[in-house]
Design a protein around this ligand. Structure first.
Ligand SMILES: [Zn+2]
Length: 110
């Protein structure tokens, strides 16, 4: 099994902006995780506007409700993070075409 691709390689712009925005919003510990985030699974909800993806090593949907959600402001699309036990587990991205296209390509390649 090959390792999941780094977010910074799949969508460099999103990785950069996530890192900057998290620092601006007072979340330096989360910002520091961004360079090492890997896209482990694309969201399969099928919504045309959805470019969301998992970054936890083992996607576990039930974590969702127990996580803390952080909305990121000032980005081209609607972006929110789900943080579980202090780790970024899921990145919700809506209405950001470049991200959706890149994430879709990753899931096809896998
Ligand atoms: Zn989705």
């Amino acid at each position: 099994m090959s390792e999941a691709p780094l977010l910074a390689e799949v969508v460099p712009e999103l990785a950069q902006r996530l890192e900057w925005t998290l620092r601006e919003q007072g979340e330096p510990h989360l910002a520091a995780q961004v360079p090492a985030l890997r896209v482990t699974e694309a969201c399969r909800c099928g919504e045309p506007s959805c470019g969301s993806f998992w970054t936890s090593p083992t996607p576990m949907r039930r974590w969702f409700s127990r996580g803390r959600q952080i909305e990121l402001l000032g980005l081209p699309g609607e972006v929110a993070l789900d943080v579980v036990a202090g780790r970024i587990a899921y990145v919700e991205v809506l209405h950001w075409d470049e991200v959706r296209a890149a994430i879709t390509n990753v899931s096809l390649a896998g």
